[in-house]
Design a protein around this ligand. Structure first.
Ligand code: S3P
Length: 429
């Protein structure tokens, strides 16, 4: 049985950029034009949160078509009538807390069971130091959480973790409260907020500092101008098709228009060390974000070691990297990735549990995992625990003809990649 993965495809719009574009369009004054937005469940959570705050946001077009958002600006945001449900989306909750910090009203954010299990003090603590007040309505450090926004003061925050959500919440609080903010992080995390703010004329400095990374925002008191943006394809979604075309035995796959922001593409050098055959061509730029076509051909993989310095730039790709490691020659060791325990599921546990369930030798480490590659047919049942990236990563292994893998909740993919399974069926021959 041979698997050929051939053809051309585009993946849906970048999830991180879509959240930010929707929020900034709602914060700007005037009519923004956004195209290529992701219509997945996470971004629907952001759109409905903005509606609850009084912004007129029409449904996100499922085909990537243009969405126009006419907004009267942040000053016109209103206290929501009820609790805001952020669904499964950590980015919605954490970035919105940043914007709400400078608004003179109260709002309560909640989410689904997974999101209610994820830490919020990493954001609420520094925002409280800026002057916002919080009331934890359930468990400590968790949603539901009420924020009482208001007048903010300047702040310099030293984040213990490289987290774009923490960094973005702080920068957005600076915009919302019109106060300067400085954020330090140990390693640079994704910089989409910085790029978008810069494209809107906000003064922002970023540089290596104290062995880590620093971003300083110096907002003006003027309202943000509207956005005109084409959102690139999501590299994190493209990663599943890179894996599929690499693990295939024949074919030639072209993924068009994928975002290749270097703070997101850490998977590529790792795959290079593993012997993968991925060419980055037709480099272009949209709204300050680099894009490219990715040409992928099958390759025999060898194991690799991945350490803390590389993790922020491939944080969401560890599930798909682990399934590729299951088909590589040798032992792949990933460390410095303790943050993965705080994602939509405890991903270190979920990856290892599921690899073992299908017959792969794998081991959880306190801050990472070890995977022993095998050429054996893989057979068994995968429990996604509602985690979209676990469903898709194991979906790649399930598509290989020698394997027999059942996935309990394939629909979980809809959080970030509506149409994933149809696209997969389309390119598999
Ligand atoms: C995101 C940042 C990352 C990432 C998440 C999206 C963002 O989370 O894992 O999927 O859009 O800012 P952390 O900031 O918690 O690392």
């Amino acid at each position: 049985m041979k698997l050929s993965v051939t053809g051309e495809l585009r993946v849906p719009g970048d999830k991180s950029i879509t959240h930010r574009a929707l929020m900034l369009a709602a914060a700007a004054k005037g009519e923004s034009r956004l195209a290529g937005l992701l219509s997945g469940a996470d971004c629907q959570s952001t759109a409905s949160a903005l509606r609850a705050l009084g912004c007129a946001v029409s449904p996100i077009p499922a085909d990537g078509g243009e969405l126009r958002i006419g907004s009267a600006g942040l000053e016109e945001w209103r206290a929501p009538a009820g609790w805001i449900d952020c669904g499964n989306s950590g980015t919605t909750a954490r970035l919105l807390l940043g914007l709400l910090a400078g608004r003179p009203f109260s709002a309560t954010l909640t989410g689904d069971a997974s999101l209610r299990g994820r830490p919020m003090r990493r954001v609420s603590q520094p925002l409280a130091e800026m002057g916002a007040r919080f009331h934890e309505r359930g468990e400590a450090d968790r949603l539901p959480l009420t924020i009482h926004g208001g007048v903010l003061r300047n702040h310099e925050h030293r984040s213990e973790m490289a987290s774009a959500q923490v960094k973005s919440a702080m920068l957005l609080a600076g915009v919302s409260g019109a106060v300067p903010v400085r954020v330090h992080e140990p390693i640079q995390s994704r910089d989409h907020t910085e790029r978008l703010l810069r494209s809107l004329g906000v003064e922002l400095l970023q540089e290596a500092s104290d062995g880590g990374w620093m971003v300083a925002l110096n907002p003006s008191t003027e309202t943000l101008p509207p956005l005109d943006l084409q959102v690139p394809g999501d590299f994190s979604s493209a990663a599943f098709f890179i894996a599929l075309a690499t693990l295939a035995s024949a074919g030639d796959l072209c993924i068009r228009g994928a975002g290749v922001n270097p703070t997101r593409t850490g998977l590529l050098p790792v795959l290079g060390r593993m012997g993968a055959n991925v060419a980055v061509t037709n480099l272009d730029e949209h709204g300050g974000e680099p894009t490219a076509d990715l040409l992928v051909r099958p390759a025999a993989l060898r194991a690799a070691n991945v350490g803390a310095a590389e993790i922020p730039s491939l944080i969401d790709e560890v599930p798909v990297l682990a399934v590729m490691a299951a088909r590589a020659d040798g032992d792949t060791i990933i460390t410095g990735a303790a943050e993965l325990r705080l994602k939509e599921s405890d991903r270190l546990y979920t990856i290892v549990r599921n690899l073992r369930a299908i017959g792969v030798d794998a081991e959880e480490l306190p801050d990472g995992l070890a995977v022993r590659g095998t050429g054996r047919p893989l057979v068994g049942a995968v429990e996604t625990r509602g985690d979209h990236r676990i469903a898709m990563a194991f979906g790649v292994l399930a598509a290989l003809p020698e394997n027999q893998i059942e996935i309990d909740d394939a629909a979980a993919a809809g959080v970030s990649f509506p149409g994933f399974w149809e696209l997969l069926r389309r390119v598999v021959k």
